[in-house]
Design a protein around this ligand. Structure first.
Ligand code: G3P
Ligand code: CA
Length: 312
């Protein structure tokens, strides 16, 4: 197999080492750092009092005991929204493994068991300080990769989430060269606003989901006007497609536009169709197609593959 890249790809711990511990808990970040991840991801949403927390969903339902602790605080749609709770209230909640939307069991069977530990939701500031501490203790750089979640939704609730994330990074000293940062968002308008109006110094990654389809070379050139990279769903790279479908050239086209490519999400327990294991998936996406790194719930498996493929 002809390798498409010669430099070492980066390992981005998706919500921490979330294949092993409840996502976005500080212990999941510490485990990912100990496993050798280069970047630790933060999904960021806001509370009612405008505090930024590291949490994936707009609602607390699938990850916490909110329905037990705060009965009657759901909206009429039946959901408990982070933005309806103060940070003090959110600090009283316990976080566990992600449950299925219908609440019938864990989203991923075989991951960390219920009731085996007590975990809380960290604020963005707490997590940035924690990661800085980890980097100092480990004696190596650790990058952060915050995602600005649903910026329009937050703006409608009176919060400029992107401005808050950038302010937290600046206040925490993350502009320094030994502290790698990527900012990510699905919302192109928000990334354009960061690049233009805010003259944000942190590199930006345009996330791409399956619904948007594979972007054309023209579209990638437009993205290169306000971002330094793309974060496509693995499915946009042609993983899982049948052999008679035309090959997808997204990574090559993105590189031609000067963009780095960090696909999401490599999971041992949720592989695309046709792959036996994580190694086989990485052989295709990184070694053959040339991705510059991957988001993964299992950083140890990706780090092991990288060390084998890129020794020294
Ligand atoms: O940020 C990359 C990937 O995490 C995007 O999807 O839903 O897991 O935040 P999601
Ligand atoms: Ca994310």
């Amino acid at each position: 197999m002809r390798p498409a890249r010669s430099s070492r790809p980066v390992v981005i711990a998706h919500r921490g080492a979330s294949g092993y511990l409840p996502e976005h808990t500080l212990v999941a970040k510490a485990l990912a750092a100990g496993m050798g991840a280069d970047f630790l991801e933060q999904d960021v949403v806001a509370t009612r009092d405008g505090e930024l927390i590291v949490f994936h969903d707009l609602t607390l339902d699938a990850m916490t005991d909110v329905a037990t602790v705060f009965p009657g605080r759901a909206r009429t749609d039946g959901h408990y929204y982070c933005i309806d709770f103060t940070l003090a209230e959110i600090r009283t909640l316990s976080v566990g493994e992600r449950r299925r939307p219908d609440g019938t069991g864990p989203r991923y069977a075989g991951r960390f068991p219920d009731g085996a530990g007590r975990f809380q939701i960290p604020t963005l500031n707490e997590e940035l300080a924690f990661i800085d501490g980890l980097a100092r203790a480990l004696g190596r750089p650790l990058g952060v990769y915050p995602e600005i979640k649903e910026p329009d939704w937050h703006r409608r609730h009176g919060i400029d989430l992107a401005a808050g994330v950038v302010a937290a990074l600046e206040a925490g000293g993350w502009g320094a060269p030994q502290r790698p940062v990527y900012l990510q968002c699905f919302d192109a308008g928000e990334l354009q606003r960061l690049a233009g109006q805010h003259q944000c110094r942190f590199p930006r990654v345009q996330l791409l989901d399956v619904a948007g389809g594979v972007p054309s070379a023209t579209c990638l050139a437009q993205i290169a006007g306000y971002a330094q990279g793309i974060g496509p769903s693995l499915r946009l790279l042609g993983t899982g497609q049948s052999a008679d479908e035309p090959p997808v050239s997204l990574i090559g086209d993105a590189h031609a536009a000067g963009l780095v490519v960090h696909p999401y999400t490599v999971r041992r327990d949720d592989l695309p169709a046709g792959y036996q294991d994580v190694d086989e998936l990485l052989d295709h996406v990184v070694h053959r197609l040339g991705a510059d790194g991957v988001f993964t719930d299992f950083p140890d498996l990706v780090v092991a593959w990288v060390r084998r493929r890129f020794p020294g």
